[in-house]
Write a protein of this length. Structure first.
Length: 132
């Protein structure tokens, strides 16, 4: 059977869809506390985004522990349980190759907060109002 060829646009849509599917699977595993680790079970962890490589073999999951849980400990615990999470994702995803997972902290909330503080600065507010 001939290998199916995708256009660049179809490939990018497929990468996004698979990334979103992996995000849902990881979120479900973490929400149901299926990872048998005290740190992971104790923390409410949000999987904010999963970025896939174009060949779908590697996935970077951006996670954010909620309720002020220590981010470094949570990331370390997820990395320690990567083999289990990869196995579960592979089972539920149904692709030819299971993506290798990497966990990184999501810093977009911190960046949004930094931008919000900049916009609240009186000098910036003055510029936005158009005053001299």
């Amino acid at each position: 059977m001939a290998r199916q060829q995708f256009t660049a646009e179809q490939q990018s849509v497929r990468v996004l869809k698979v990334g979103e599917r992996v995000r849902h699977i990881l979120s479900e595993l973490l929400a149901r506390q299926e990872v048998h680790d005290e740190i992971v079970s104790a923390a409410n962890i949000a999987v904010t985004e999963v970025r896939m490589t174009p060949d779908l073999r590697n996935a970077t999951a951006y996670v954010k522990p909620l309720l002020g849980t220590d981010e470094d400990q949570v990331i370390a615990a997820l990395r320690k349980n990567t083999a289990y999470l990869q196995r579960e994702v592979a089972k539920r995803l149904g692709l030819k190759f299971a993506p290798k997972l990497k966990f990184k902290p999501d810093e977009s909330f911190d960046e949004a907060e930094r931008i919000e503080k900049l916009l609240d600065d009186p000098k910036v507010a003055r510029d936005l109002e158009g005053g001299d």
